[in-house]
Design a protein around this ligand. Structure first.
Ligand SMILES: O=C(O)CCC(=O)C(=O)O
Length: 190
């Protein structure tokens, strides 16, 4: 069937996907800045993942289950934080963490929900598309047909809040080309 509009999967409540959120020029600038950042292997409960990360602002440790305040993000990322904040109609200072992640070819991020102290999640993809997946967190709701799988393209923005943040898990299949993401997180209030 031909449709006037590209078909979009039915996302869970609170998940929004915006292709082409940043321009090719902005992507090139962000990649330049990301290349200057010192990345380290991501450790999760004694297991070292293939992807590399650098966290600025508040970082959550899966080893101590706590938040620590680290270095501020380099000012070169401010324009992105401002652009996303403007889109969401929130103040840039509400973003408490900026996480840079590098996914080498073949690396994944496994099923998870983000750390409990964080609230809204905004993800910007750089340099490569990926296959993003969502599934219910409740094991009883998992099973055949419960996974929503869709492309998240370079230069796009996705937002996770509401039920997509609290009741759903997300994961990324093995990337075919090196992918970078910038993840912005606000803190849960109260
Ligand atoms: O790279 C991404 O877009 C996802 C990042 C993510 O899920 C995480 O860091 O917990």
């Amino acid at each position: 069937m031909n449709t006037l509009f590209p078909l979009e999967p039915a996302f869970p409540e609170g998940f929004v996907y915006i292709p082409g959120f940043i321009t090719p020029g902005e992507e090139a600038e962000l990649y330049k800045q990301v290349s200057k950042v010192e990345l380290h292997n991501f450790n999760f409960q004694g297991f070292t993942a293939n992807r590399k990360v650098a966290s600025f602002g508040y970082d959550y440790s899966f080893e101590n289950l706590g938040l620590t305040k680290g270095k501020d993000w380099p000012p070169a990322f401010d324009f992105l934080v401002e652009k996303v904040s403007k889109h969401l109609n929130i103040k840039p200072v509400e973003f408490a963490e900026l996480l840079v992640t590098e996914y080498p070819v073949g690396s994944v991020i496994n099923w998870h929900r983000d750390a409990p102290p964080f609230d809204l999640i905004a993800g910007i993809s750089l340099m490569s598309d990926c296959n993003f997946r969502l599934r219910p967190h409740d094991k009883a709701k998992q099973g055949r047909g419960s996974v929503i799988s869709f492309p998240v393209n370079r230069r796009s923005l996705y937002i996770m809040r509401g039920l997509s943040r609290t009741e759903w898990q997300h994961s990324i299949s093995a990337v075919k080309q090196t992918r970078y993401s910038i993840t912005l997180r606000t803190l849960r209030r109260g």
